[in-house]
Design a binder for this molecule. Structure first.
Ligand SMILES: [Cu+2]
Length: 67
């Protein structure tokens, strides 16, 4: 299991958090997603090594950016 932390910019409310969570959960291998609105902290837990490019893509798909 591995864990990686990213910082998401552009989130303003709980709906943003839900959107990011939903998209990142769809990344293959991801088993857990935690998003903190106040800090933009995105913590991703995965069975295997975390595909950072796929996480970035998922965040962008949700309409936000990684800082
Ligand atoms: Cu929002």
């Amino acid at each position: 299991m591995s864990t990686a932390t990213f910082t998401v910019t552009g989130m303003t409310c709980g709906h943003c958090v839900a959107s990011v969570t939903e998209e990142v959960q769809e990344v293959p291998g991801v088993t857990g997603v935690d998003v903190v609105l106040e800090t933009g902290a995105l913590t991703v837990t995965s069975d295997s090594s975390i595909d950072e490019a796929a996480v970035k893509e998922a965040v962008e798909e949700a309409g936000y950016q990684l800082s």
